[in-house]
Each structure stands twice: as C-alpha cells, then as structure tokens.
Design a protein around this ligand. Structure first.
Ligand code: SIN
Ligand code: FE2
Length: 215
C-alpha cells in the first residue's frame, strides 16, 4: 500500500489487487457529495427498482442507470438497453462529474482514454448483497469496470478467474474506487450483506456507481 499524501485527511492510498486491478482508497472522497446529488437527480427521472433475475429471484440491491446504455435484468435475461423499460424514456445522461471521476480513476489504474457508455447505480440497504459474479454482458473485454463506493461502508468480495478461487474481503469506505480491466476484467466479485448504519451523505444506504464500456 502506497500513501499518496501523508497529511491528507481523505487518506488516499493505492493497492494493486492483481495485474489490471487496483483499489484506489479515498480517490473520490472530495467528489462524493456532488456524486450523491447527481444520483438523486438521476433517480428522480429513472427510479431505483428491484430487478428480477432470469431465474425469478428479486435482487436485494435496488438499481437504476445513466448513460447511453443501462443494464437491466428480467425473466428473459440480462442485457443493455438505451431506454428505461419502466418509463420508455432514454436513461438520464451521464453527468460530467461522473465521467470525470471514472476517466481519472481508470487512468490512475493504467487504462488511458476510458470512454464508458453505461453507469449502473446500485443502492444497498442493511442486508442487501450481491452474490459473487462476473460482469460479462459487455462486448469490450478489456476496458475496465470502475466501481465507486459512496455512503455506508461495505465488504467487497474480490475473487479470482474461477468461482472457486479464494475470495478476499476488502473493506470499502465512501470515496473508495476499485478498477478492474485487462487481464482482471472477468474476475469474480460481489458485496457481502450490508451492515446497518448511518452515513452523513446517504443515511442508511450505500450507493455504488459501476462504469462500463459496453461497445
Ligand atoms: C457490481 O458488481 O456491479 C457492484 C459492486 C459494488 O456494489 O461494489
Ligand atoms: Fe459486478
């Protein structure tokens, strides 16, 4: 772990998790309030909803999207759509502050010229979780996933290339970013059930932004 600024109260540090995967602690700490304001604006147009998986399971995490494309799931499968199926309207545009933090985090992790076309926004309350999975609905198999944690802390599960690989439990705080692409692009990951708590920015929730390059 490399501290970037000794006296910085936001406690920035970097840890390489794998070749192609970096944990950037505190990277978005200063931007977090603005990012949360933008999430509220997006959710007023495209509300958070609990999607259903193809097997009929209602996800505990509530989701919405912004950007040219949004990730959706229903009984027929997982896919990206250009309109919100709940409203028939295009997903809200990706705010400049979102693009800025995603591009800077990707560059910091070694991925220049990142150009995400989708941002999935996840909202966790106590007990909500995301089982170990791979993000593999995107055509671009090299460009990174950029995952920004906001609000309540969470335990991020960081596995390997195979589902059966050992899983690390990484404690993520508001403002932490995990980037994985290139040789780590299809690593398994997930989120352990969220613990109850209160956060000044998000109350009883954790918000996560995951940027993706679909095409
Ligand atoms: C995801 O895997 O898409 C989200 C991960 C997270 O919420 O940290
Ligand atoms: Fe994921």
């Amino acid at each position: 772990m490399t501290p970037l600024f000794d006296s910085d109260s936001s406690q920035r540090s970097e840890e390489q998790l794998e070749e192609g995967a970096m944990l950037l602690r505190g990277f978005a700490a200063a931007e977090a309030p603005v990012l949360i304001d933008e999430v509220a604006r997006i959710a007023s147009a495209a509300a958070f909803r609990h999607m259903v998986t193809p097997s009929g399971y209602t996800m505990s995490v509530a989701m919405t999207n912004c950007g040219r494309l949004g990730w959706v799931s229903d009984r027929t499968g997982y896919r990206y759509t250009s309109v919100d199926p709940d409203t028939g309207a295009p997903w809200p545009a990706m705010p400049a502050a979102f693009i800025d933090i995603a591009v800077r985090a990707a560059a910091e992790a070694g991925f220049a010229n990142y150009d995400p076309d989708a941002c999935l926004i996840n909202r966790y309350i106590a007990g909500a979780k995301l089982s170990l999975h791979q993000d593999r609905d995107e055509k671009d198999a090299w460009a990174p996933i950029v995952s920004v944690s906001l609000g309540l802390p969470a335990v991020f599960l960081w596995g390997g290339k195979r589902r059966s690989d050992p899983v690390r439990r990484l404690h993520l705080e508001s403002g932490d970013i995990v980037v994985w692409g290139g040789p780590a692009r299809f690593f398994y990951h997930g989120v352990a059930p969220l613990k109850d708590g209160q956060h000044p920015l998000t109350g009883s929730a954790r918000i996560n932004l995951t940027f993706r390059k679909v095409f």
